[in-house]
Ligand binder design. Structure first.
Ligand SMILES: Cc1cc2nc3c(=O)[nH]c(=O)nc-3n(C[C@H](O)[C@H](O)[C@H](O)COP(=O)(O)O)c2cc1C
Length: 174
């Protein structure tokens, strides 16, 4: 699939088939994550593959009761390692959000290239999710996504509501 078509047809998917993901497909998606860029190449991340059914079910109430999450064969949880230094940017230890979000974006686009659906989950209780998944101190959960084949593959052809180019781009000054 053409790169721009992947971007254009990616959608948040909120209904999944139970079908499992072939290992080679999952490995390609994870490889897209592994090679992602990060500040000073620190790769301050860990991606938890939640496969266990009971654990997936327990994640739902911790993630704002988003019930579609545990329909998918897998939930991927992206954690960022808080860095003790400010890398010269204004964000300080918050910069893990940028690093992890960059890798996560590669994940959701690679998933689309494989015909898999994702839905970026940002609504969750960080403390409770950390406890459930035994995320150690020094790490925060940044994002999660169910990963699986969409119940209805036509979801990728659905409408995309976005601001116009003029609203989001300016030249020289804001
Ligand atoms: C940081 C972030 C957090 C999000 N959190 C949620 C979420 O908790 N639940 C959900 O259903 N969608 C969530 N989304 C998906 C957005 O609602 C979705 O990307 C947006 O409506 C555009 O639709 P599209 O992804 O289909 O293009 C999140 C997206 C981002 C980037």
């Amino acid at each position: 699939m053409d790169f721009y078509e992947i971007i254009r047809t990616r959608r948040s998917v909120r209904a999944f088939k139970k079908d499992s993901i072939p290992e080679e497909v999952l490995n390609r998606v994870l490889e897209a994550v592994r090679v992602a860029p990060s500040g000073s190449n620190r790769q301050p991340w860990k991606f938890i593959l939640v496969k266990d059914r009971t654990l997936k079910q327990k994640m739902v109430p911790v993630c704002n009761n988003q019930k579609f999450m545990d329909e998918a064969p897998l939930i991927i949880v992206a954690c960022g390692k808080k860095l003790p230094i400010n890398r010269g940017g204004y964000m300080g230890e918050m910069s893990i959000l940028l690093d992890v979000a960059t890798a996560f974006t590669q994940l959701i686009l690679a998933a689309r290239a494989e015909g898999l659906g994702t839905c970026w989950i940002g609504a969750f209780n960080n403390d409770e999710l950390k406890k459930l998944l035994e995320v150690p101190d020094g790490y925060e959960v940044v994002a999660a996504t169910p990963l699986g084949y969409p119940s209805d593959p036509s979801v990728f052809a659905g409408p995309k509501s976005r601001k116009t180019m003029n609203e989001i781009v300016s030249v020289n000054k804001f």
